[in-house]
Ligand binder design. Sequence first.
Ligand code: WT7
Length: 682
Amino acid sequence: MTDSVKNDERTEANEAQIAVHWKEEKYIEPPKSFVEQAILNDPGVRKRFDEKHFPDCFREYADMLTWFKPYTKVLDTSHPPFWKWFTGGKLNACYNCVDRHLDKYRNKAALIFVSEPEDDVPYAMTYQELYVRVNEMAALLKDYCGLKAGDRVTLHLPMTLDLPITMLACARLGVIHSQVFAGFSGQSCGQRIQDSGSHYLITIDAYWRSGKLLDHKANADIAVKTAEAAGQHVDKVLIWQRYPGKYSAKTPLVKGRDVFVNDVLKDYKGKRVEPAHMDAEAPLFLMYSSGTTGKPKGCQHRTGGYLAYVAGTSKWIQDIHPEDTYWCMADIGWITGHSYIVYGPLALAATSVIYEGTPTYPDVGRPWRIAERLGVNIFHTSPTAVRALRRLGENVPKMGPQKFKHMTTVGEPIEPKAWHWYFDQIGKGKAVIVDTWWQTENGGFLCSTIPALDKMKPGSAGPALPGIYPVILDDNGKELPKGSGIAGNMCIRNPWPGIIQTIWGDDQRFIDTYYRRFCKYPKSKDWRDWPYMSGDGAVDAPDGYYRILGRIDDVINVSGHRLGTKELENACLTVPEVSEAAVVPVVDEIRGKVPEVYVSVPASVTDRAAVAKKVIKACEDIIGKIARPSKVHVVPDMPKTRSGKIMRRVLASISNKRDIGDVTTLANPEVVEKIRVQVQGK
Ligand code: WT7
């Protein structure tokens, strides 16, 4: 990593090293009670999925699905790096998640909705009822909106049942859904409407969050305005109602544009829509994710490969049996929710829990009360949530005798202290833990222990999943020896079914972002010449367990969610007084990393507090509350190289109270001490 550490523009390599400062921990055996009931308990699986059996090994995942027409080829590599999976095959994702379970599980709960107000009784929606609702919604999308396979629709929905119903209705028609996390601002949503070319926005009037019924329809107005300003016309805004039959927002409807889904649905009562026979390679959905430039990337996931990969990994790594009650506390607005709340679990006929609100509302005991009430036995959350619940609720044992057999963490490295608390207090030593490493682009898990077969090692994501062959490359693309313990670029040597097809509308960016740097022979049609670059740093221990160090590009991982530094900086620069902006990641006890902002203003600007306020508001309005900077430092000037580049590394060192290093070669070394005193005090 030497180059990236030296490179002025990169800050994350050394951040990562700091974030993961713990030493190798001892192994912990998976609890016997778990192993005895585990789905995947055949140690032969690694052999079946070794390189000799690639890519045919992935038939095992594809065979977990129901195909209308069998595929003829497992992997087509004729146009690298645009891999094609299960070509010739036809299937429907909605059919696989709903229809095919009816014979056996018609009146078993598919989804259980828990609303934030605790007095509301949880509502269990059976597979039959889900089938009815999805069909009616699909009929509406088809006949009322005129949507057809390949069209895109933007969803800006919170965690209510309307979201999976809408997603599955789209999938039934082959319409590509693009769900935007409800916590993102109207402007963010509008930008994604424009990029995806959606003519419809599907939203909700209101939802509960931390005790407040938020007016969400207000965001739709901003979203449409933003999209239209960027040249994308929105025909209609379809509004679900949090309380059907009642409008719970204050923002008035726009005549001719806004309609209530529940009103229109009346015309589609009892309607059924045949699931479209989609090509395995037809796009299923877009999921926007932050990258190193200002513009979010529309990660385009395919139908067959994606669904096969999430079904396979939900079964083997999450160990989901149809009898289990599974709760993933993520939001469906992120990839974790798409893969491991909706598509993976439902493909397996699981019962998947959807909780509307904040985990710590009204108090930290809420998740455990929900788990207890519903009999959740598989629990999936992020290290940030574990840390927050731990800090606020050391006394968990008193909070409920919930019995988990399996617990997952995802999104960031989990430090051993938090891991042990999760294992001892929440799992009561009886639940196996998997620390799953992957990304929006990957569709599903890439590294994790296989819960019944591998020992756990706190603080380490574990070995690669079956059929995934990682390699750690140094900055010159040279392979680091296996088990070297040296940090480098985490890459995957081979294609796998869950990888995105491309970035929506931008094939070149897809190549440039993930493949260009380490592809030695761009003309090669051999997948071995096309390692996938994850953008994460990692070390590989002698036992083959990977420890993920974090991003080595200009992306900050906050509470397990990606924020592009450029996106944030662009938001800061919309404040008229701001001449320059730099965003740096700062280590935070609970959230992993948080963004701190430095902005420089001309000497004539004297009210710095006012500027700081405007900067915070700009980040919230343009990106969303999740992007709220933890601090804004208004400084007279930025430390710069002689060529004029802002030295983010220096600012990051100041914010993280680390050694600043040699700054004598800067164009303006004297400003560094001024900023240090301003931030840290004398
Ligand atoms: C980034 C991807 C898809 C998961 C949700 C976040 C970090 C993810 C782990 C883990 C250490 C992790 C990486 C990755 N990350 N899982 N188990 N241990 N780091 O998806 O928003 O696409 O972010 O999250 O840095 O690149 P995402």
